[in-house]
Design a protein around this ligand. Structure first.
Ligand SMILES: Nc1ncnc2c1ncn2[C@@H]1O[C@H](COP(=O)(O)OP(=O)(O)O)[C@@H](O)[C@H]1O
Ligand SMILES: [Mg+2]
Length: 334
């Protein structure tokens, strides 16, 4: 089968970065090494692979000669619906595509929308307020500490140790900075000061299932202050700062509660094929939905999902092929 990979490379965007933009502006985009690794995995099954890229280049290639299936890791560009661009084009042209459909992609990138959907399905998530402008701060009546982040970013963009907020002065300073840097609304949430997990999920419909939960354990700071921030993720000596525990070193019943929050959210959001869902406990130990990544990064040895997959003893190729198998079964492809 001919499979086209849709992707956006960090290198293609760096030249467009305004001088005063935050240094994580293109953090979500991929490196060519990830595309190479996906291509190798698909070729190991005997498929022929074409590189479609993203944006207009992707559109032109799809109109010229569409593949039998698109393997999608394209983050898109420019709006809170950006992750929906590639699946929407595929849907319009009748070409099967891996990962979630445009609706799920768009709903999950807007973290408040995702929280409203999962909450309506009975999945616990921290209480929140969306600030469109700094003046909206007056509406924040949640108890401190709070957490502030851009409404529709991922890959730790705008997430720093100082995203945990202790008082109104910090709220004003941090929210003002985020509104300025990302030119989009800011999500203010109750801070969950308990254990942190990210859960890998695979499958469709009744066959949706948890791959594993991975605890992200802080080694240098107490849990009540920990933020799995860009500083931590970029630290070349990250192993000094955090431990990734797969499975979490916790009683099975506790892990099952975490996994249930993630699986219920996966279903409520209508995820397809694969996703990674962040769950964090509050200080009472109750797990809460934080966010859903229906297009989880799979940079080998680097992305959380690739690490989680490695820790359950499976190869990188098996990860790529697991996604492919789910998409093919769903689209009734051989
Ligand atoms: N409400 C919250 N309470 C406590 N920690 C939070 C909260 N929201 C986010 N965090 C911390 O910030 C990290 C990144 O937030 P997240 O929403 O997952 O952003 P990203 O899309 O960049 O991964 C989380 O892994 C967690 O450590
Ligand atoms: Mg996250």
């Amino acid at each position: 089968m001919n499979i086209g990979i849709a992707f956006d490379l960090k290198a293609d965007f760096l030249s467009q970065k305004p001088a005063d933009a935050p240094d994580d502006l293109f953090e979500e985009y991929d490196s060519v090494g990830t595309v190479d690794a996906i291509q190798r995995a698909l070729e190991s099954r005997g498929h022929t692979v074409s590189r479609l890229g993203g944006g207009r280049r992707f559109l032109a290639r799809m109109l010229e000669a569409a593949p039998a299936l698109v393997f999608n890791i394209s983050e898109g560009h420019g709006s809170r619906s950006r992750e929906a661009h590639v699946p929407a084009v595929c849907e319009m042209l009748g070409v099967p595509c891996t990962h979630s459909d445009p609706l799920t992609m768009a709903v999950t990138l807007d973290k408040a929308m995702a929280k409203r959907v999962v909450a309506s399905a009975g999945v616990p998530t921290p209480r929140f307020v969306v600030l469109e402008e700094l003046r909206d701060m007056e509406r924040v009546e949640l108890p401190f500490p709070l957490f502030a982040k851009p409404l529709f970013e991922g890959s730790s963009m705008g997430i720093r140790k100082r995203s945990r907020i202790e008082d109104r002065a910090q709220l004003r300073e941090r929210a003002g900075q985020l509104l300025h840097d990302y030119a989009e609304p800011v999500l203010i949430e109750e801070f969950c000061g308990g254990a942190e997990f990210t859960v890998g999920l695979l499958g469709n419909g009744e066959r949706s299932r948890v791959i594993a939960a991975m605890e992200v354990e802080p080694l240098l700071v107490p849990r009540t202050e920990f933020v799995y921030s860009l500083e931590v993720k970029r630290n070349p000596d990250w192993a000094d700062e955090i431990a990734y525990n797969v499975p979490p070193k916790r009683p099975r019943a506790e892990v099952e509660r975490i996994e249930k929050v993630a699986l219920d959210a996966y279903r409520a959001l209508g995820c397809r094929d694969i996703a990674r869902i962040d769950v964090r406990c509050d200080t009472a130990g109750d797990p809460k939905f934080i966010e859903c990544n229906p297009l989880p990064g799979i940079a080998p040895g680097w992305s959380d999902l690739a690490i989680l997959w490695e820790r359950i003893g499976k190869s990188y190729d098996e990860l790529v092929l697991a996604v492919l198998d789910e998409a093919c079964a769903r689209a009734r492809l051989p």
